[in-house]
Design a protein around this ligand. Sequence first.
Ligand code: SDX
Length: 434
Amino acid sequence: MSGSEVTGSVNLEDKSGEPLSLPLISGTVGPDVIDVRKLYGATGHFTYDPGFTSTASCDSAITYIDGDQGVLMHRGYKIEELASKSDFMEVCFLLLKGELPTAEEKAKFTHDITYHTMLHEQLTQFFKGFRRDAHPMSIMVGVVGALSAFYHDSTDINDPKQRMIASYRLIAKMPTIAAMAYKYSVGQPFIYPDNELSYAENFLHMTFSVPAEKYKLSPTVARAMDRIFILHADHEQNASTSTVRLAGSSGANPFACIAAGIACLWGPAHGGANEAVLTMLEEIGSVDRVQEFIAKAKDKNDPFRLMGFGHRVYKNYDPRAKVMQETCYEVLEELGIKDEPMLKLAMELERIALEDEYFIEKKLFPNVDFYSGIILKALGFPTSMFTVLFALARTVGWVAQWNEMMEDPGQKIGRPRQLYTGPGERPFVPVEKR
Ligand code: SDX
């Protein structure tokens, strides 16, 4: 594994009672890992870690998170710097290739992505098979999975060129598919990509323009959209990225792997939380009901959780939530939306929660999903589209992690074991004797 070295060992006993030493491996930064690959062979024991709270599933050079410090870096660049000084096309290049692009590299990459934004015309038929009120995430899972039925020239996972073409196609076509899912739900005609526009501008154009009039693009809105994409681009081995890696480890084609990632992201504990935050804020309705919902969130017998709060890794403020909050102000200001009630309610909810002993003791802070829904609503997206936008932006992270796995010579199929708790062996009982 490049970038890591054995820096010590941990002592256990093997099957014969002899001391067993397991290697301790250090990466560039962050916790060391105990290499347990030989543990079962030497001891006959498995490790046990449901939810993978203490397990590194791979080594990766793409993203680093320090949950205690609230730090997120992509290839060594802090998210705050990328969000304020870079743009989504540069971040896509950085995640995929490991370095920020030169001006020439950026121009070529942007051109290549732009010229893959159109969908095979027959794919538009897929949308017509869905009910108009289908959740757009169900359409995304279906249509993205179906891409493997159209782009056979980029499904050979052993050909690096085909892997990269498939990666470019997925990054390029997700905005087109997402916009089409929205258009289908509101009964408006699909709008084709416009190669003169930037990635974020093109997505806004395909989503909100209509043939009857020229669409007025707001540079501030386009900049905010681009920044929201950056904030959602990648996040180490989260549930959906781990899903993509596990699907890819069997040799499944990239379109099928990304469809699996979209399906996993949909859950309200993961990417579906941005939609759930807005639904929760609408249910709370006003500041005077905040305490009632904080009490529900703290009640062990109540399944309610404060959506947009808490994180498996961040035990401090999610750095993306801070940038998202700042972007929220900018967008509402630009759109002339004063005193947005949802924003005021969210800020009061955050203030009360962060002063509450339960949230302090459990280190529950706002995460990336807490403010994103308020901005997306202000930009004109229906709540059902929020997780679609998360999937759109996360596609580059998924394909970057998938490529990293496919390029790893030591890569093998992921196959976890278990602690069996079912019945021991017992004789079959014929039905007449049961
Ligand atoms: C994303 O992994 C990633 O990187 C994901 C993500 C990415 O970019 O890919 O960052 C995107 O998914 C962000 C998270 C969005 N989800 C939500 O906002 C949903 C609400 N949050 C929770 O469901 C929860 O915080 C999780 C799922 C995010 C994390 O859950 P964990 O790590 O499994 O933590 P846990 O459930 O063990 O909680 C620890 C304690 C528990 O109390 P005890 O059992 O110890 O008494 O904290 C409590 C939980 O009950 N808790 C909450 C809470 N989150 C955790 N209590 C109330 N409200 C919450 N939101």
